[in-house]
Ligand binder design. Structure first.
Ligand code: DGJ
Length: 745
């Protein structure tokens, strides 16, 4: 008897090691925090899990007890704050708004009630903590584990769920969000990032009122072509760069995603984030584990500027492939030659690459296909053998030619896709997503390979692997994806077509994983007909992404502004091209220097002065790379707000910064305000020097006394002055730009 008691006590103590003690009233608080933010959950008396508070971090541990009250706030009652929502709201319970999870059980019952079972906290290190909360339905054997990972210093939260069951057959999941988050405020303003090819990430803001606003995509592979998988939510006012509470959220899923924002009758906003369940009712088998993608978010009390820096720091420290490493500058040939090149032309470009001073030559589309040579975008896609008539000595010759020129060599692939005019399609029509019994329609004359099929995954992995095996010194890949999934039908999945969108993305991750495992140090650019793929799950496997085919520098100022809300400069590829040649080479290059710099143009058309400028710019870029790519970004003046824009980057110890100022379309005699810098040390003195000037303009640029650093040479200002009074860095000249190097004395 005594022995039994001891064993029971031992089991009980094991349970409490993982679960914080339940309070006398049966409730339990779970606090999930970063250094800045608290997310407080409470198990209600009904055993279900509720969000009680999401906001700025509380100082007093004892105040947490206030959140045990399950009643709503009212006169004389403690305010409930952001409150009253079930953390993973299920369908069929007594809630009449959007649910996170909707299951039809084997017996046809469509209700699920999840009750708290346990929670477990693991400190991965001083900064990273994982909390896992297990919930179970007490009538049906369905388990949901909610995971939270917090990054204390970066103020970033990640959350996702694991769904499983042991019913007697498959359960049907018609909704399976990654998370649900509640805000309880007077008003909410949503900023979305929409667009299309060559007009990515347009920022548009609207006030949310009662009802739902859904942001979703159904494109499958080129998933973010019209909408990016991230949003900003201004609390009580539209999101502002420097002040106010703002939530930034993004889903790590390289496929169809959905965010639903629903304001209920009490004015509470719930945000559910996850895979878009469109055409994707999932049959979950007993024992199968369904992992939803990560929803990643930060809550800033000082506007979007701080929120973006949270994301940038976290991405570099934890998420982006080689987040801390440097990046290669490059010369690409796509805008220059298109499909028209041969060995001689490419060898010439490699020499130009060297002359310019960038690290690598990147060969784009058009190097493969023999039965159907890839001379335009109608044929050859899928046949990853070099076109012998065009490049008789193959890729090894090009790698060697680059080496001889003193630069690295990178190559473009689009391995998930196929032209119907290809040997691959002729050999394996069953590897291609297309309708067996309907007319086929084409997006860019191509179709998408069926990555739900493991054999196709092997093939796609093999595309990169074969090139690397033949050319172990190849230094870089650009991985493109130009088509959405069209003609939706998988020959592999047969009667399970409902799982294609999800299984496509899982298949893609299998391939990405294999590539990363075999080539952990290989830099790869993620591209999708411009910037239609850049979510943070894909970026675990990619060092950078192509933001847009639109390289008109004016448009780029907006596009890069948009992507910079979530991604650090080192992840965003920006190339100097001939788009909008009415602007100077300096303007175009200064814009590209805000991100990861590359060139994609014929250098032969540049004047000697322009070439000298470009070489100097590359040298400056490399010299200051650690500030731009690894420093803190401060967006000082938005292009959305007027005729000018300015951005600065500040290095780690605040000893070095760079400032970029652009006049887009200033008005005649318009009033211009000085730009107040940010992120400097007020107690330090800084030398300000304009760099990156065109040789001809050196020394004769019109100055605006008294604050603008002038042609009399560098000037010294205190950090305090620069941040309170600012600098006159704008002019009334159309499309001009200035770059300043700021150095602590
Ligand atoms: C779309 C990309 O965005 C371009 O940069 C280029 O690589 C083309 N595809 C090639 O087909």
């Amino acid at each position: 008897m005594a022995m039994k008691k001891i064993i029971a006590l031992f089991i009980l103590s094991l349970f409490f090691m993982n679960v914080k003690a339940l309070a006398a009233d049966g409730s339990q608080l779970i606090r999930i925090s970063t250094n800045e933010t608290d997310l407080i959950l409470n198990v209600g008396q009904n055993g279900r899990l509720y969000q009680k508070y999401f906001g700025v971090k509380l100082i007093n541990e004892s105040d947490l007890n206030q959140f045990k009250d399950v009643r709503r706030g009212g006169p004389g009652m403690p305010p409930m704050g952001v409150n009253s929502g079930e953390v993973y709201q299920t369908s069929g319970a007594e809630d009449y708004y959007e649910s996170a999870l909707a299951i039809t059980h084997v017996d046809g019952n469509m209700t699920t009630y999840l009750k708290y079972v346990s929670s477990d906290v693991k400190n991965q290190d001083n900064n990273v903590t994982e909390t896992i909360i297990t919930l179970k339905d007490d009538v049906y054997p369905v388990t949901v584990k909610i995971h939270y990972i917090t990054y204390a210093k970066e103020n970033i939260f990640k959350t996702w769920t694991e769904i499983s069951h042991s019913e007697k057959g498959a359960i049907l999941m018609s909704r399976y969000a990654s998370s649900m988050l509640y805000l309880d405020n007077a008003s909410y303003y949503l900023t979305q990032f929409d667009g299309n090819w060559a007009k990515e990430v347009g920022m548009h803001t609207q006030k949310l009122e009662f009802g739902k606003k859904v942001l979703d995509t159904k494109l499958g592979s080129r998933a973010a072509m019209m909408l990016q998988p991230f949003f900003e939510l201004g609390v009580n006012a539209p999101a502002n760069e420097q002040q106010g509470e703002v939530l930034l959220g993004t889903i790590g899923w390289t496929g169809n995603f959905r965010f639903t924002f629903e304001v209920d009758d009490a004015g509470v906003l719930r945000i559910s984030s996850g895979i878009n369940p469109y055409a994707s009712i999932y049959d979950l088998q007993p024992g199968e584990l369904f992992n939803t993608p990560e929803f990643i978010f930060t809550l800033s009390q000082s506007g979007t500027g701080q929120a973006s820096r949270n994301f940038h720091n976290w991405a570099r420290n934890y998420q982006l492939k080689d987040g801390k490493g440097s990046r290669m500058t490059l010369l690409n040939n796509w805008e220059n030659t298109g499909f028209n090149f041969n060995e001689e032309i490419l060898s010439g470009l490699m020499k130009e690459t060297k002359e310019l001073g960038v690290d690598m030559f990147l060969l784009d589309d058009g190097w493969f296909g023999n039965k159907y040579p890839r001379k335009d975008d109608h044929a050859g896609l899928g046949d990853w053998e070099v076109t012998h008539s065009k490049l008789p000595n193959g890729v090894p010759y090009l790698v060697k030619a680059a080496k001889d020129a003193g630069v690295k060599f990178g190559i473009w692939i689009e391995p998930e896709m196929v032209n119907p005019k290809s040997e691959l399609f002729e050999k394996h029509p069953d590897w291609v997503i297309h309708q067996p019994n309907r007319e086929t329609y084409y997006f860019r004359n191509q179709l998408v390979l069926d990555l739900s099929n493991p054999k196709v995954q092997d093939h796609v992995f093999g595309v990169l692997d074969n090139i690397m095996t033949e050319n172990p010194n190849l230094a870089f890949f650009k991985w493109d994806c130009n088509s959405p999934i069209t003609n939706i039908y998988s020959p592999y999945l047969k009667t399970k077509q409902n799982e294609l969108y999800v299984k496509y993305v899982r298949g893609l991750y299998n391939v990405f994983n294999r590539v990363k495992a075999k080539y952990p140090n290989l830099p790869i650019m993620l591209c999708s007909g411009g910037g239609a793929r850049c979510d943070y799950e894909a970026l675990k496997y990619f060092t950078e992404f192509w933001a847009s085919d639109d390289t008109d520098p004016i448009e780029r100022l907006f596009i890069q502004w948009g992507f910079s809300q979530f991604f650090p400069a080192k992840a965003i590829c920006a190339h100097v091209t001939d788009w909008n040649k009415t602007t100077s080479i300096k303007f175009r290059t200064d814009v590209a220097m805000l991100c990861k710099l590359g060139f994609d143009m014929s250098l032969k058309n540049l004047t000697p002065d322009e070439m000298t400028y470009c070489k100097t710019a590359v040298a400056n870029y490399k010299r200051l790379e650690n500030i731009t790519l690894d420093g803190d970004m401060y967006r000082l003046v938005s292009p959305y707000e007027g005729n000018h824009t300015a951005t600065m980057y500040v290095g780690d110890n605040k000893n070095k910064a760079v400032l970029y100022a652009f006049d887009i379309h200033p008005r005649f005699q318009e009033k211009m305000m000085p730009v107040k810098l940010q992120g400097l040390d007020p107690t330090k003195n800084y030398k300000i020097e304009e760099i990156n000037q065109m040789p001809r303009s050196k020394g004769d640029r019109p100055m605006m006394p008294p604050m603008m650093p002038g042609n009399e040479g560098p000037k010294i200002y205190s950090g305090d002055y620069l941040m309170k009074v600012g600098l006159n860095v704008f002019s009334t000249m159309q499309t001009t730009s200035h770059m300043y190097e700021i150095t602590a004395e």
